[in-house]
Write a protein that binds this ligand. Structure first.
Ligand SMILES: [Zn+2]
Length: 177
């Protein structure tokens, strides 16, 4: 991505020049790395991008939310999709609970407020959400993973890609329940 294109991308997004400079330096460093198919996630199968594993890619996407209200609106879906595709860090019950909330929210087109109510009522009383010790990676073949949302560091269009990711997971999830 060249600098002019990057500037165009961020005009009107509220990002400061200083932040933009920092972003550009980071971007320049990335160009050499991009996608590494030889290192892929043992759970969702996504390749490393810019030297980042799935969690690293998630953190970058979440950081973009501060510049994109549209992406910030998708926060629940971004995190839910990630957790559904990385079940080893949460208990099986929490994973199933999350899948149920996800499907209901998707099918009923729930608002973020409705979803919050669902999440707290379902997790209330749950002894533990995170596993004490992470389980062995649970490998499942998904048609879309986080690397296709992250796109080697491309914030433009990320909200649309999160929507596409949710759609793919909603369609496939029944096979894994
Ligand atoms: Zn992964």
């Amino acid at each position: 991505m060249n600098d002019v294109f990057l500037k165009v991308l961020f005009i009107g997004s509220g990002i400061t020049v200083n932040e933009l400079d920092k972003h550009m330096k980071k971007e320049a460093g990335r160009m050499n790395k991009a996608i590494n198919y030889s290192k892929s996630c043992p759970e969702c199968g996504a390749p490393e991008a810019n030297g980042l594993d799935c969690r690293g890619q998630l953190e970058e996407i979440l950081a973009w939310e501060q510049y994109s209200p549209e992406l910030a609106e998708q926060h629940f879906w971004t995190v839910a999709c990630f957790n559904i595709q990385h079940p080893s860090t949460i208990t099986d019950d929490s994973w199933r609970g999350l899948c149920a909330v996800f499907c209901e929210a998707y099918d009923e087109n729930l608002t973020v407020k409705d979803i919050r109510g669902q999440v707290s009522s379902r997790t209330e009383g749950a002894a533990r959400i995170k596993r004490g010790v992470a389980a062995k990676p649970i490998a499942r073949e998904w048609a879309m993973a986080i690397s296709e949302v992250y796109l080697a560091g491309e914030p433009k269009g990320a909200a649309d890609r999160v929507r596409a990711w949710s759609k793919v997971i909603r369609k496939q999830i029944e096979d894994f329940l």
